[in-house]
Design a protein around this ligand. Sequence first.
Ligand SMILES: Nc1ncnc2c1ncn2[C@@H]1O[C@H](COP(=O)(O)OP(=O)(O)OP(=O)(O)O)[C@@H](O)[C@H]1O
Length: 297
Amino acid sequence: MSKSFLEVDGLSKVYPDGQGNEFTVFEDIRFSLEKGEFVCIIGHSGCGKSTILNVLAGLDEASSGNLVMSGKEVIGPSLDRGVVFQNYSLLPWKTTLNNIVFAVRARWPSWSKEKVREHSERYLKMVGLDHALDRKPSQLSGGMRQRVSIARAFATQPELLLLDEPFGALDALTRGVIQDELVKIWEETRQTVFMITHDVDEAILLSDRIFLMSNGPNARIAESVKVDVPHPRSRATIFQNPAYHKTRDYLVDFLVNRSGAALPEDDGSPKFVEPAKGMAKPAPTPTEESAAKAVNA
Ligand SMILES: Nc1ncnc2c1ncn2[C@@H]1O[C@H](COP(=O)(O)OP(=O)(O)OP(=O)(O)O)[C@@H](O)[C@H]1O
């Protein structure tokens, strides 16, 4: 059987609850990613999204389970996995360009100075920052800093890019502009991305698939939702596609009505659903009996 690029098998995270008992944040998390896929994960606060991302990054350890990328077990952090957090972590004493150069040089130590510079500039151009190469982070807006962080992460071409709510701290207008830039840079590079977001529209704009997590404790990745909207996508036109609305309705219904009790398949893998082909799980129509119970409750 052919293996996927990334295989996550039976991951769980358990903390002591401070009263001598254990608290299971999530359990039996199973999923796979294919090379070049963009997958977002959505779930209510506290279900364990950041913990899963940190485990993928090698910055945290799972209590149990396996993680295999390109046939090799993932242990500890590596340049093969790049991370962008909500709060940009640029080196304040270096210019925009040199923040990228620093990372590119670490990734390819044998490259010439010219090649490193040309490569770094190309990625800054992709996020519209070629006019700000010589500015220090303190001379950039929050949105510009986050664009540098994204350019830096893509420029080092990690096998897997992990984005933890990268736009969470930005205002809605800036967020929209950078979402379009992220679409553009991903269209050009087609890197494999795993991203956390709380924004349903952002997830649909960016993803090939969206993982839906049930609420914690004992959270699971219950569903894998296909986003059947052709690439290239743009914020300005995506809402014209009927698949966008069907997918959106499906996600909102999950988050509002179903995330408390949603379960994956019996083998632990997420249920695969394609909302564009019709609501895979319509809300149950109330029967006379259930309606009477609801009225009398
Ligand atoms: N060091 C720790 N000790 C005990 N519990 C922890 C620790 N770190 C995280 N947790 C708990 O693990 C759970 C998952 O946290 P995590 O940050 O992964 O959730 P999340 O889904 O990313 O949340 P949010 O959407 O709010 O960012 C939370 O209930 C949190 O309180």
